[in-house]
Design a protein around this ligand. Structure first.
Ligand code: NDP
Length: 449
């Protein structure tokens, strides 16, 4: 393992997020490597950590002042052993190769866990949709697609949304793809309902994450009812995680955005969540306004120089990080443990640092890694692809039922695999090993490609 990490860090020295994601997987799959010594000869680790293809391109567009702007676009086609590349597009100023390679790498194992036939990919741009007009976002999306369309297709690579890419952006991207190709196909998921989208897709990641948490608690005959929950983020994943938590009787006391977080001791109820949805999805405002509307809530401004995030420093039973990578560090993890949190279920991708994960495992928390607990989004994307191929729309109840079954199946796979490899109850080991074995078996079947 050290050898592989040395290879990866020396080949791509600056890619710290990618290194972190690889290290987390390699640390847990050692038992598989021990049982299969021939993997070394076949250079399985070298192959699985190297993207099949990396596409980088210029994205020029004109802003509302008539000024030409230039952003950088990316698509990482990581692994297609079990199906077409599948994974979201992220528009955020922090986007770079390291972040997208980590996301694409995680996506490979996540997609394998869903039981659907999807390989792994990820893409995006350092474009920041925040503060841009709808026209500017449209011009950017059109320019982005003018290059991306050559590389994607319903049987090749099927992007979706992620941070900064919601229904509005998917609409603009799809419109340009359709115009360039002159075909109406399921090339993107997360489409609006009227033109090929699936019911439950917007809800899927957040709902799925809460279904996973409920499964974990059920192993101890417990439920989410009455549990106090900390949620970070106020975007797609956070909104629907909060919605399902409220429905299941939990008391959600926090939400956040990159400017700060709100703490509402009385709990975020359905009415307050409607306010958040309108604030974020329609007015595109800041979470601070929640505390202006509801006086019982306290708003705390984010302090980028602080060594911990105060959102994770409240008494609670469960934590649902649903914002971004590395939002829980070692100090935050210790705060969570000392404040009584017994369950951490990741809605975001890699929100916990390696140090934080060690603390969760050491204290035997229920800890669900994102690649298992947030797989509901891509799973319903897979169902959207299936519906598009058949030109059918399944009703809400059917998609939700399938989502629940997929989350149950992922949960069971994690538990069974962790037990099979002597790591009973370690969801991280279970998820990594199960995903790894499925992808590696397919790669070996297909020869040296
Ligand atoms: P959204 O863009 O809808 O929301 C992201 C939220 O996180 C916003 O509240 C945003 O605040 C906040 N945020 C983003 N970056 C930072 C940062 N650097 N520091 C603090 N807060 C930040 O994205 P999603 O809800 O779709 O995605 C959230 C997470 O879930 C990501 O890790 C994503 O990869 C993961 N995920 C998403 C899936 C999906 O189906 N959408 C599927 C699986 C995983 P602000 O508005 O201020 O930027």
């Amino acid at each position: 393992m050290t050898e592989i990490m040395e290879l990866i860090t020396s080949r791509d020295p600056g890619e710290k997020e990618f290194h972190q994601a690889v290290e987390e997987v390699l640390e847990t799959v050692q038992p598989v490597l021990d049982r299969n010594p021939h993997y070394r000869k076949l250079a399985i680790l070298e192959r699985i950590t190297e993207p099949e293809r990396v596409i980088m391109f210029r994205v020029p567009w004109v802003d509302d002042q008539g000024q030409v702007q230039v952003n950088r676009g990316f698509r990482i086609e990581m692994n297609s052993a079990i199906g077409p590349y599948k994974g979201g597009l992220r528009f955020h100023p922090s986007v770079n190769l390291s972040i997208l390679k980590f996301l694409a790498f995680e996506q490979v194992f996540k997609n394998a866990l869903t039981t659907l036939a999807m390989g792994g990919g990820k893409g995006g741009s350092d474009f920041d949709p925040k503060g841009k007009s709808d026209d500017e976002v449209m011009r950017f999306c059109q320019s982005f697609m003018m290059e991306l369309f050559r590389h994607i297709g319903p049987n090749t690579d099927v992007p979706a949304g992620d941070i900064g890419v919601g229904a509005r952006e998917i609409g603009f991207l799809f419109g340009m793809y359709k115009r360039l190709r002159n075909e109406f196909t399921g090339v993107l998921t997360g489409k609006s309902l009227g033109w090929g989208g699936s019911l439950i897709r917007p809800e899927a990641t957040g709902y799925g994450c809460v279904y996973f948490a409920a499964e974990m608690l059920a192993t101890k005959d417990e439920s989410l009812e009455g549990k106090t929950c900390l949620v970070s983020g106020a975007g797609n994943v956070a909104q629907y995680a909060v919605e399902k938590l409220i429905e299941l009787g939990a008391n959600v006391v926090t939400m956040s955005d990159s400017s700060g977080y709100i703490y509402d001791e009385e709990g975020i109820d359905e009415e307050k969540l409607v306010f958040v949805k309108r604030l974020k999805n329609v007015r595109r405002g800041r979470i601070r306004e929640y505390a202006e509307e509801y006086k019982e809530a306290v708003y705390t401004e984010a302090d980028p120089s602080a060594d911990h995030n105060p959102l994770w420093d409240h008494k609670a039973d469960c934590a649902f990080p649903c914002a971004t990578q590395n939002e829980i560090n070692g100090k935050d993890a210790n705060n969570l443990v000392h404040n009584g949190v017994r369950l951490v279920c990741e809605g975001a991708n890699m929100p916990s640092t390696l140090e934080a994960i060690d603390i969760f495992l050491e204290h035997q928390l229920f800890y669900a890694p994102g690649k298992a607990s947030n797989a509901g989004g891509v799973a319903v994307s897979g169902l959207e692809m299936a519906q598009n191929s058949m030109r059918l729309n399944w009703p809400r109840e059917e998609v939700d039922y399938r989502l629940q079954n997929i989350m149950k199946s992922i949960h069971r796979t994690c538990l069974d695999t962790s037990a099979e490899y002597g790591e009973s109850g370690n969801y991280l080991a279970g998820a990594n090993i199960a995903g790894f074995v499925k992808v590696v078996d397919a790669m070996l079947d297909q020869g040296l490609v």
